[in-house]
Write a protein that binds this ligand. Structure first.
Ligand code: NDP
Length: 247
């Protein structure tokens, strides 16, 4: 965290487990006030208790499904009614489908887009007036799948690529008034990756990247290319590099 978040109001979707849960602890340690959103209330209550112990002065729990428009309006309204403001929206809620295309019922693909993509559209839409007021920030938990396109994750990767396109476009539309951070993690052990073997996942990432004209350049060429092209986007690209070379 470069920013001092003490006292800031942070709404985290998908805070009942995994990355969202740990983000709640990290924000909590730094004194942020939290609104934690997910479908499993009992899990959210536990996370809220721990975040309070770690230092958050005020935590509320909101049971909601981010893929439902009315739920998204409600969790933003409830947050602002309780705290009087909203400073950070963390669009983290997500699901996956580790299946070959056609390997599962077609209806299983629909919620992937509804939750991963439309969920972040809805939350952002309702949060926008409040973030404008606070000159706040949006953090988006996309995925390396959004630009590595590994096998057995086609609709998931498409939903994550759509998130990247959406928020890069909003960055251009809104300018510096509202900060946007798009994070593209590689493999993180959590409920979403339960049953996915770490070694297998690494092998998939490596095989997906082999032969890429950019990645086959020596490291110093890549660095120059990145600095020239990306400037402030380097952090996002650093994640990409980490995924390819270290994970
Ligand atoms: P988890 O499964 O541990 O967490 C997913 C969270 O999203 C849970 O809190 C879940 O809560 C919530 N969620 C799912 N559907 C909904 C819904 N409809 N409405 C509200 N909340 C919902 O996985 P991760 O922590 O790993 O995933 C977090 C984000 O990180 C996801 O967007 C994922 O795509 C992304 N990511 C993860 C990677 C990894 O390797 N783990 C890699 C790259 C990106 P509940 O079930 O209680 O609703």
């Amino acid at each position: 965290f470069k920013e001092n978040v003490a006292g800031k109001v942070v709404l985290i979707t998908g805070a009942s487990s995994g990355i969202g849960e740990h983000l709640a602890y990290e924000y909590g340690k730094r004194g942020a006030r939290l609104a934690l959103v997910a479908r499993r209330t009992d899990r959210l209550q536990k996370v809220a208790g721990r975040a309070r112990e770690l230092g958050s002065p005020d935590v509320i729990v909101i049971t909601a499904d981010v893929s439902k428009l009315q739920d998204s309006k409600r969790f933003v309204d409830q947050t602002v009614n309780h705290f009087g403001q909203l400073d950070h929206l963390v669009n983290n809620a997500g699901i996956g489908t580790p299946q070959t295309f056609g390997g599962t019922n077609i209806s299983n693909y629909v919620p992937v887009m509804d939750i991963n993509f439309w969920g972040s559209v809805y939350g952002t839409f309702f949060a926008l007036p409040h973030l404008r007021k606070s000159r706040g920030k949006i953090v988006v938990m996309s995925s390396a799948g959004g630009w590595l396109y590994p096998p057995k994750a086609s609709v998931y990767s498409a939903s994550k690529a759509a998130q990247i396109a959406l928020f890069e476009s909003l960055r251009a539309e809104w300018g510096p008034g509202i900060g946007i951070t798009v994070v593209t993690p590689g493999f993180v052990e959590s409920e979403i990756t339960q049953g996915v073997q770490v070694q297998k996942a690494k092998a998939i990432v490596e095989s997906t990247c082999r032969g890429d004209p950019y990645l086959t350049q020596p490291f110093w060429v890549k660095s120059l290319f990145l600095v020239k092209l990306l400037g402030p986007e380097l952090w996002t690209w650093f994640n990409y590099w980490v995924v390819v070379h270290i994970t």
